[in-house]
Design a protein around this ligand. Structure first.
Ligand code: SF4
Length: 381
C-alpha cells in the first residue's frame, strides 16, 4: 500500500513503478521535479532509499585538502579560483599538505579529499609525488583526489592521453576520483556558468576511463543556477547511462548552488523545498547508483537530516576545513563532529553507520536512544 502522501496523488503511478522495481522514464523525473506536492515526491524518493539501503544511513570521517586555488580558467560560477596576482591566492607545499593530511589521519580521518584549481605551472610529476607521499602515511588514508577537469589539465600539461595519466595516478597510489565539476551537462548551461571547462562528453569520458581501469568515483550535479528542470533531468539521464555502462559510480551528490562572490546573477539560492525535491527525484531516477548524499556543507546539517527521509542515505563527511562552498557564501560550519553526524541520523529514525569511501561499514551505532560513548553536540545549521 502506498504512503498516505501518495493517496489521490497524480504521482501515485510513479510510486507504484518504484515499488515494483520498474525503471523511471525521464518524463517521470521531470514530473517529480515540477510537482509542488513535496511530501509525495519525498515519499517516492524515500521508497527508493529504503529499497536500496533499508534503515541505515552513513557518514564518513574525512578531511578536505585544497592544494591551491590558482587556476588558469575563470568559470563564471566559481568563487574559489584566483590568479597569481590576487593577494588571497594560495599554494601549499608538499610538506604543508603532508602536515595537514597527517593531522587529519591522526584524528581518525579515513579519507583525504584533495582537489585544487588548474595550476598554471605545477608539472604532472608534482601531483604524482604528492600522491606517492600521502600513500605512505600511517594509518594509510583512502586518497580520493582530483576532478575530471584536473585530470584533463594533467593530460594537457604532460602531453599524455587521459588513460595514461590515470594509469600513472593509480600506480602512484590514487584510490578514487572525486565527482566534482559535472555542474550541469547541457552545453548552453556550461557555456553560461563554466566557459572553457570540459564538455559533458569529456567529463563522462574521464570517469568512463577511470572505471575501465578498475577505479571507482562519485558523481555530482550543481543545481539551482541558470538551468531548467529539464536540463537537470538530462544531466541525471547521462549519469544513469554511464552507470549502466560501467557500474563505477558509488554515490551521487546533489550540490545546491551558492550565489556569492561570482558572476552568475541568481537572486536566491535553491530553496529548501527545491533541494529536497531534487534529492528525492534524483534518488528515484538513479536506480543504478547505490547511494545518494545530502551534502551538509551546501544545505546545512538540519536540512541534510530532513533529506534522510527524502531519498538520501548519507551525510558525507566531517570534513574539518572547506573552502569551495564557503568562498561562495555557505554559512555552514567548517566541519562536523562524529557525534553530530550520529545524532542527526538517529533523530531521522535511521541507524548511523560510519563508512569508508566505498560505503562499506566500518562501525554501526545502535538505533534509537542515546549512546553515552558518543558526544551529543548542538546541531549547527
Ligand atoms: S571551477 Fe575549477 S576549473 Fe573552474 S575556475 Fe573554479 S577552480 Fe578553476
Amino acid at each position: 500500500m502506498s504512503p498516505i502522501a501518495l493517496w489521490n496523488s497524480p504521482l501515485a503511478p510513479i510510486y507504484d513503478r518504484v515499488a515494483a522495481g520498474v525503471r523511471l522514464e525521464p518524463s517521470d523525473a521531470l514530473q517529480l521535479l515540477e510537482s509542488t506536492d513535496l511530501n509525495a515526491v519525498g515519499a517516492i524518493g524515500d521508497a527508493m532509499r529504503r529499497l536500496k539501503n533499508g534503515n541505515r544511513a552513513s557518514y564518513i570521517l574525512n578531511a578536505y585538502v585544497n592544494y591551491s586555488n590558482y587556476c588558469i580558467l575563470s568559470c563564471q560560477f566559481c568563487a574559489f579560483a584566483r590568479k597569481k596576482r590576487n593577494a588571497d591566492g594560495f599554494e601549499l607545499t608538499l610538506d604543508e599538505i603532508v602536515t595537514k593530511a597527517q593531522a587529519a589521519v591522526t584524528l581518525g580521518a579515513t579519507e583525504l579529499h584533495i582537489v585544487g584549481g588548474l595550476h598554471p605551472t605545477l608539472p604532472f610529476e608534482w601531483y604524482l609525488e604528492m600522491i606517492r607521499t600521502l600513500g605512505r602515511l600511517e594509518p594509510r588514508p583512502h586518497l580520493k583526489c582530483f576532478t575530471a577537469i584536473e585530470v584533463l589539465h594533467f593530460s594537457r600539461m604532460s602531453r599524455q592521453p587521459v588513460d595514461r595519466v590515470l594509469e600513472q595516478l593509480k600506480e602512484a597510489d590514487l584510490d578514487s576520483l572525486t565527482g566534482g565539476g559535472a555542474e550541469i551537462f547541457d552545453a548552453d548551461v556550461r557555456d553560461r556558468v563554466a566557459r572553457g571547462k570540459e564538455s559533458a562528453e569529456e567529463w563522462l569520458d574521464v570517469h568512463r576511463t577511470w572505471h575501465r581501469l578498475g577505479g571507482r568515483s562519485t558523481c555530482t550535479m550543481l543545481f539551482g543556477h541558470v538551468e531548467t528542470l529539464a536540463q537537470r533531468v538530462d544531466h541525471l539521464t547521462k549519469l544513469r547511462a554511464l552507470q549502466d555502462e560501467t557500474g563505477g559510480f558509488t554515490g551521487f551528490v546533489a550540490l545546491p548552488y551558492h550565489p556569492d562572490n561570482n558572476e552568475i546573477p541568481v537572486d536566491r539560492p535553491p530553496s529548501a523545498a527545491d533541494t529536497l525535491r531534487t534529492i528525492a527525484a534524483s534518488r528515484a531516477f538513479l536506480d543504478n547508483i547505490p547511494h545518494v548524499t545530502a551534502y551538509w556543507v551546501g544545505m546545512g546539517l538540519r536540512l541534510a537530516q530532513v533529506a534522510l527521509n527524502y531519498g538520501a542515505d548519507d551525510l558525507h563527511g566531517t570534513i574539518q576545513e572547506e573552502h569551495i562552498f564557503h568562498m561562495a557564501g555557505a554559512g555552514t560550519p567548517q566541519g562536523q563532529t562524529k557525534g553530530a553526524m550520529i545524532q542527526a541520523i538517529r533523530e531521522a529514525g535511521l541507524v548511523p553507520v560510519r563508512r569508508n569511501t566505498f560505503y562499506e561499514t566500518i562501525e554501526e551505532a545502535p538505533a534509537g536512544g542515546t549512546d553515552a560513548s558518543e558526544p551529543r553536540v548542538p546541531m549547527t545549521a
